[in-house]
Ligand binder design. Structure first.
Ligand code: PLP
Length: 437
């Protein structure tokens, strides 16, 4: 994809040298809301949801897309997706709580936690949310929680670890024998047999092999293995699954040299073999589910940041900005690439190589390494792209830096959807014992 086309795909373009995001002047946004701030494009979220939904609908109509709330848990974002018909995947009680506060019906939520506590189970049961178990040992505790609360059992599901994982970084590969997630093939029959003995009547099954997968072929081995495990369960236990969940992991082109994920190929590799199984085996009509986070929300957001310091140490050029790994941890944590561009493009200015450095007191606080950018000046503005997934949700207040505001843009208008935190917010929960007062 040609560079301006790649930018356009992300709803970004330069007009008279100024960067516009969804027809909104980024310099105006920076001045109005201050920096750093996260700018989130509502129409982009709707667009990504619908393109994915249409692809799945074209192959198998009985499907649910569960947005992985861990990617972006702002209530307005959840409401946007809810209004499009999205379902939701939660990994903690806090995420379920947030979804319910957003007005999402519990039937649209699946709870894929790991290392569940009894309190987690009780919270899910009280709120009517389906649990996707992560260990055989959790089954009896879940059943006890249902009995204790005298609630009718919802479907129960197990997360399967198909042993073949993939992902953009070792920490994001979530299948393999030495990986903490899910249950391995050897325990699968026992798991569903026991679930039935404990009185569960309805079943689901799930896998999630990793994150940031740009090559659909990376899903192939795991999909085959997952489907073969499902067939094994059907053959020995004659279970008719209510749903079969293939997890998330769909990647996006973070780098200008990358192309968007080929959804038609994803359909061939994941959805068609699933459909074939449904057509050839006596398993009823399970719902096809997936749980993308990044694919739906990453490209919806940019971080606007201002350069405060240009440092030439005689060996390297640093552009010091007011966003750091407290604002976006992916480059430091996963060595991830986020494209960084200027908001005010100047004519006939030479290009130089910069390390884009945040203000955190750690040498790992570099958001972009050796980036070719126009000669920058202190006070210039930059945009860090694709920050709508695992951006704000993984942010922190390290170095006592309050989190920035989140701003939603839609059809040329802007709305603050989260205030910037204050110093008082940072201190609010601290308690000083009497002897220190
Ligand atoms: C169980 C589960 N589902 C879905 C996701 C979403 O992944 P992605 O944002 O890569 O689609 C994750 C991410 O870690 C996950 O653990």
């Amino acid at each position: 994809m040609e560079y301006t086309e790649w930018l356009k795909y992300k709803d970004l373009e330069y007009r008279d040298g100024i960067l516009y995001f969804e027809n909104v002047n980024t310099l105006d946004l920076a001045k109005k809301y201050g920096t750093p701030c996260y700018i989130i494009n509502e129409n982009m979220i709707r667009k990504r949801y619908n393109e994915l939904k249409n692809i799945i609908d074209s192959e198998y109509i009985k499907n649910d897309i569960h947005f992985a709330v861990k990617a972006n848990s702002n209530i307005s974002i959840l409401k946007i997706l809810d209004s499009e018909g999205s379902h939701f995947d939660c990994t903690s009680r806090g995420e379920i709580y947030t979804c319910l506060k957003a007005g999402i019906f519990p039937e649209k939520i699946i709870y894929t936690g790991n290392m569940f506590t009894n309190e987690d189970f009780e919270f899910a049961i009280i709120n009517g949310v389906v649990v996707n178990l992560d260990s055989l040992s959790q089954l009896e505790r879940l059943e006890r929680a249902y009995n204790k609360l005298k609630k009718e059992k919802k479907p129960v599901s197990f997360r399967i670890n198909p042993e073949f994982g993939a992902g953009h970084h070792i920490h994001d590969i979530t299948a393999g024998k030495d990986i903490k997630f899910g249950i391995l093939e050897d325990q699968v029959i026992e798991a569903y047999k026991k679930a039935r003995e404990l009185g569960f009547r309805d079943f689901g099954i799930h896998q999630h092999i990793g994150s940031g997968i740009n090559n659909p072929y990376d899903f192939e081995r795991a999909t085959k293995k997952f489907l073969s495990i499902i067939k094994k369960i059907i053959d020995s236990l004659h279970i008719k699954f209510k749903f079969i969940d293939f997890g998330g992991g769909l990647g996006i082109p973070y780098h200008p040299e990358e192309d968007p994920l080929d959804l038609d190929l994803y359909k061939e590799i994941v959805i068609k073999p699933f459909k074939e199984l449904v057509n050839t085996e006596d398993i009823g009509e399970p719902i096809f589910k997936i749980e993308p986070g990044r694919y739906l929300s990453a490209e919806s957001s940019i971080i606007l940041t201002q350069i405060n310091t240009i440092k030439d140490n005689g060996y390297k050029l640093f552009a010091g900005i007011n966003a750091g790994f407290n604002t976006l941890i992916r480059p430091t944590m996963y060595n991830s690439y986020h494209h960084i561009i200027v908001c005010n493009k100047k004519e006939k200015v030479r290009k130089l190589k910069y390390d884009i450095a945040g203000p955190i007191c750690e040498s790992g606080d570099i958001l972009g390494k050796e980036r070719d950018l126009q000669e920058l000046k202190e006070q210039d503005y930059l945009a860090i792209l694709d920050t709508g997934a695992y951006g704000f949700t993984m942010s922190s207040t390290y170095n006592s830096r309050p989190r920035p505001a989140e701003i939603l843009i839609k059809n040329g208008r802007s709305f603050k959807i989260r205030e910037a935190e204050s110093y008082d917010n940072l201190l609010k929960l601290q308690i000083i014992p009497d002897h220190l007062k």
